[in-house]
Design a protein around this ligand. Structure first.
Ligand code: MN
Length: 750
């Protein structure tokens, strides 16, 4: 590289370093700054020959991570030092003992944690989930490890552009699957939203860009509205001598998109695109009173919706969130959400507990964070299920709100809303759950299915004779309890089946059916059962008896052979534990093929099919997923199942691309809404089948009070073909809305 360019780079590095120092300044002594300088020099030296994928000097990355750790997470000097050094041991010749020698034992321990987990995410399948849990559990001895890792991921997501597309998708999905929920769980709202938006940019670029564009297009109009709306509020707050800031917070792109999908509405109909936030600069002693004062001012000006008042000041959320929310009617007849909180509450909401504890202890810095770390550890330790369950449980519990209940000894338990007495029992211990007879809630006897409320005191009654019943699955809501019950039921079934195996062998001897694998398979086919275990089980509970076996024999004699009954998906034999039959041969075949699976290529010998969960058609962004028994399934990149598949089974993903081939048709669906009109249906089908020459598979219409709603399933060649049709149908008089099933409206207009 040219000397001048290098000189420029050096300047840029120093600029970045100085900006790091300036965000640290309010909470650092001269000593601290010396230490940071040392770490910076060390990292500079260690990474001097490294560059990021983007070509930039590597040191940009540790500096950016260190800056986030201070600015966005609220940690102190030790964490800044560790962030600067976080990739040194992994990527350079320096060792952990070098770090320890220069920076001491504490820093070395944190770097060790960071190094150990750094390659977790190159792993595959459940290894990744298991390691993730380990990272959370064992390494959370020092939660700073996790927090620095979070900052590391944040910067990697911010610079994801420079990775190759295949990597981008993997990293983005992993972020959605693990890091965004983690950030949420820890109360880092701003980081969570940013991670989700950054990920969506890569997983669903089309939707992302459409929404970003619409937000930009409506910005001016929004600003005008907000100014008019907040003017009288500002005036009254001033009159009351309150110190305040009024902000308008626009929803993140990903949460707008989620809302559009959930409510099936276009962008224009998402009513809470933004919220007004009033931040009060009140001393801690007056916080609550001032917030309610502001509430009363707002609701004197605008009429509130009484159903939408949320008071998280009196009872903060489990992740520490405090705020007062109300929704009021603007003069233009539009509902507007107003959030009222103090500066301290706002910091907690944006930065999580770290910020919170910084305020609680008078001394700034990390010493005050200890309490917070303990709290996080407690949250993380509450689960002892296997790794994938843990992650699911962890995620599941994030998306629902929580209740807090007490054990008879007054210990606190956090459970998702809707949890039952049985969920509580399983949250205590698996055995307590399995043996649960009933419960006493606030000293009154209740059934297992009793739904708990916040503040309940719960005592579980057990009996050693009690065992889980299939019905129990209906009584629980937590993933943990469900998993445990399923495991217990499976165990019981297996035991029962063992008895059945002996009975079956005896009966086969009596009927002179030789006990061979082939004959067992024939029996499975005849009784239409998936595995010998199922056969044994049915025998043991008497569902298959002597008579049925005799019927089998006589039918066998009649037809000679049953091949016509054979289920094409039945396995020829039980898979050995842990192995996934079918995956390897397909992998092997793929190895000899070009990197990308071409869909619609008849020369390709691989077996693939289009997944019914998202019905991809040519033009959609797609990927292939290698299934165990059913070849390769093609999914759309924005298939609701994609995130899970990609992050759990990254090694089974294959790149896929459409071959343009007009002769192949794909099943897809459209949804139509409009005003009921004579001849409309005829008009519609006419356009579809005559004008566009598209085959209709089925059509379903409901009319109600002069309006109609319908779905049409069609065989389509590609997205272009479908979009043209949708455009045309929209022009029919009386039709108000035409959407592709499972897709947002604006996309079909693209
Ligand atoms: Mn890094």
């Amino acid at each position: 590289m040219h000397k001048i360019a290098l000189e420029e780079e050096r300047k840029e590095i120093l600029k970045k370093y100085r900006s790091l120092l300036s965000v640290c300044r309010p909470n650092t002594s001269k000593e601290d700054r010396k230490l940071i300088r040392q770490a910076f020099d060390f990292a500079m030296q260690a990474h001097k020959d490294h560059r990021r994928k983007s070509g930039e000097p590597y040191i940009y990355h540790p500096i950016a991570v260190a800056k986030s750790v201070v600015e966005e997470i609220g940690l102190g000097v030790t964490s800044v030092v560790c962030s600067l050094l976080h990739d040194v041991v992994e990527d350079t010749d320096y060792t952990l003992s070098d770090i320890e020698e220069y920076f001491g034992e504490e820093v070395a321990r944190i770097i060790d944690g960071l190094t150990k987990i750094s390659d977790i995410f190159d792993q595959t399948t459940s290894v990744q989930a298991e390691n993730f849990r380990k990272m959370l559990l064992t390494l959370s001895d020092d939660v700073r490890v996790i927090l620095i890792k979070l900052a590391d991921r944040l910067h990697n997501m911010r610079t994801l552009d420079s990775l190759p597309p295949k990597k981008q998708l993997k990293v983005a999905n992993e972020t959605l699957y693990l890091f965004a929920p983690l950030a949420h769980r820890l109360g880092f709202h701003a980081i969570k939203s940013e991670l989700e938006d950054l990920a969506m940019k890569y997983t669903e670029p089309e939707a992302y860009n459409t929404i970003a564009q619409k937000l930009a297009d409506t910005q001016e109009e929004r600003t005008r509205f907000i100014n008019t709306f907040t003017a009288p509020i500002r005036k009254s707050l001033q009159k009351e001598n309150l110190e305040f800031t009024v902000l308008a917070r626009t929803k993140s792109i990903s949460s707008i998109w989620n809302k559009m999908k959930k409510k099936e509405v276009p962008f224009e109909e998402v009513y809470d695109i933004f919220a007004i936030r009033i931040i009060l600069d009140s001393p801690e002693s007056r916080e609550k009173a001032d917030c309610w004062k502001a509430y009363s001012i707002v609701t004197d000006i605008y009429r509130p919706n009484p159903d939408r008042l949320r008071d998280w000041i009196s009872t903060p959320k489990a992740n520490g969130y405090e705020s007062l929310h109300t929704t009021v009617m603007s003069r233009q007849g539009k509902w507007v959400e107003v959030q009222i909180r103090t500066r301290r509450m706002d910091e907690v909401a944006e930065k999580g507990y770290a910020a919170h504890w910084k305020y609680k202890e008078s001394k700034a810095g990390e010493s005050g964070i200890d309490k917070w770390l303990k709290r996080i550890r407690d949250i993380l330790k509450t689960s002892e299920t296997d790794a994938l369950d843990f992650i699911d449980d962890f995620k599941l519990n994030l998306f629902s709100d929580e209740i807090i209940v007490f054990t008879p000894k007054g210990e606190l338990r956090t459970l998702p809303v809707g949890s039952t007495a049985l969920d509580f029992a399983y949250s205590i211990h698996t055995q307590v759950g399995n043996n649960c007879l009933g419960a006493k809630v606030n000293h009154k006897l209740v059934p297992l299915s009793h739904t708990l409320k916040s503040g309940d005191q719960v005592e579980i009654i057990t009996s050693a004779k009690q065992v889980p019943k299939p019905d129990w699955l209906k009584y629980v809501t937590t993933a943990r309890a469900k998993g445990k019950i399923k495991t217990a039921l499976k165990e019981a079934r297996k035991k029962q089946a063992e008895e059945g195996k002996e009975i079956l062998e005896r009966k086969m001897r009596q009927l002179k059916i030789e006990n061979t694998q082939e004959n067992i398979q024939k029996l499975l086919d005849y009784f239409n059962l998936p595995s010998p275990l199922d056969l044994h089980y049915e025998v043991s509970i008497g569902k298959i008896g002597q008579k049925d076996l005799k019927n089998y024999l006589s039918e066998k004699e009649r037809s000679g052979f049953f091949s016509y009954l054979k289920n094409p998906f039945a396995r020829s034999k039980e898979p050995s534990a842990g192995k996934e039959p079918g995956v390897d041969p397909i992998r092997q075949q793929l190895k000899d093929k070009p990197d990308t699976l071409l869909i619609g290529d008849s020369l390709e010998n691989l077996k693939y099919s289009l997944s019914p969960c998202c019905s991809p058609i040519p033009g959609d962004d797609v990927f292939g997923f290698v299934t165990i028994n059913d070849g390769i399934k093609i999914h759309r990149n924005n298939c609701p199942n994609a995130v899970q598949l990609m992050s759990k089974y990254a090694y089974r993903i294959v790149k896929a691309k459409w071959m343009t081939n007009k002769s192949i048709a794909f099943l897809s669906g459209i949804r139509i809404k409009g005003i009921d009109d004579v001849g409309l249906l005829k008009n519609l089908t006419n356009i579809i089948s005559s004008e566009y020459n598209i085959n209709i598979r089925n059509i379903h219409f409901d009319t109600h009070d002069g309006t109609f709603q319908g779905t049409v399933m069609l065989y389509i060649n590609d997205t272009q073909h479908l979009n043209n049709l949708i455009k045309k149908l929209k022009k029919i008089k009386g039709i108000q809305k035409v959407t592709r099933i499972g897709k947002m409206e604006s996309e079909s207009e693209a």
